[in-house]
Design a protein around this ligand. Sequence first.
Ligand SMILES: [Ca+2]
Length: 523
Amino acid sequence: MQSQNKPNVIFFMVDQMGAKWLEVAMNGICDLPNLKRLQGMGVTFTNAFSNNPVCCPARAGIATGLTSRGHGLLSNGYRLNPDIPTFMKTLQMAGWRTGAFGKIHFYPFDSEYYPYPDYREYGWDVVHNTEDNRTGEWHDWIEKEHPEHYDAIMATPANWNSQLPYYDSYGEQKANLTERMRRAKKEMAWAKGDDGGNKTRTEGYYPLPFPEEISQTNWITEHALNFIDETPDDQPLYTHISYVQPHPPFHPPARFLEMVNEDLIPDPVGYGTDHWNGPDKIPNWRYYRKLYFADFIHLDEQIGRILERLEQVGRMENSYFIFVSDHGEMLMDHNLGGKSARHYDAVIRIPLIVAGPGLKQGSTCDLFVQHEDICPTVLDMHETLLKQHPRPLSRRGVADDHPLCAGRSLMPLCKGEQVSGWRQSVFSESFGGLCESPFREGIMKFPWKETLRNREFRYSVTPGRDDGEELYDLTRDPDELVNVVHDPAYQQTRYQLMKEMMHRVMLQEFPLPPRDLVVIGAH
Ligand SMILES: [Ca+2]
């Protein structure tokens, strides 16, 4: 039994799970008892949004409490500066034992660091890292301990993996895995797009072709369980349990497919209308959706294993929990897949649960919250943390309790306290694939987008395009089908949202670490 009062912090993260899809799933498609249990132990935020719906900037925003411009990761392909304070590092300094299991993604995949990045400098005592690039520790464990499944595993990574430079000369043996991946995909029937024309399977998506027990998802859980077991009883712990699923390719173990209520899977938004814009981009979108939802059941079971272990070791009563995703997934709404600059509800609105002792059990909160709020929320879970978290020197004396964060603690909301001046909208942004070459042609191909979303409207701007301005009246058009930005009836609304967005763009510059961490001279 943990003897002192510092709470454990159990952080669950999933990749590419939209709030829309979790809500749809929980409405009869899937039985998710452990996520329901977490909801029952705390607050579900129904208007939580990704600051930047792609892996690296979203994850850095969570860890630092900063906007994309604040922490500097505008898109994938950047490295988070380890000098920027993270809540994990503050927990570590304050006496928590900290561990990270699974996906972290603070580095660019095509860097000198992968397949063996060292994430300890961000504030973790123990790290077992595996990501959607499928290289590194989990990969090597399969090759060594389960060689009979190695070729199957080599056939599962998405095709972009074969473009990663370290796949050409991998590990100590300098093996050319690119060729082996291509060969494995060619030889394994399930990895091919051709299913004999019956469309029972969707290209690149299939039931897990190796045992569930050695899946990446279970491997992450096993390491988290070991960490819980190995932490001294009298030490508080922070577990960063970050699953790669339901990131594509979707390939849940087959038994979870049988547990999906397929009849309740909705048609994609716009399906069967003029809006659909051509043939189905995914030929069997219903099966594609079924695989995605089956991943939810797999993840829920893993969360259940963690909860069970916390109970066994006597840590359940003194633990706070966070469940969150980095961003959502179009899942073929509007005949589109993926995320990034597609700022529809399915992409930018994320699931967020904050649970634990003293919080409003089984409640929901519909205030507008963002990824940047998670860091100050964790720092607000114990009185020692906020004091230890670095703050800009230039602001000392202005407000001693002001952390180096753009976000705001959710703990008062979770405790049911009255808060004043809460934001009425959220801001989200995407920088396409051309962060260093913002030429018009590039923006047309890989759009940049900035979005202001409030209770009634979604207003988005894509620079460099004549048609790059969108306004959706969410009360009348919750599926975001009709762009009313040029409708005369909406011009006042358009102007107000444009002005508010401009202010948000300016305000999000604060603060600018690491420059702001040190005052050099007086000038
Ligand atoms: Ca992601």
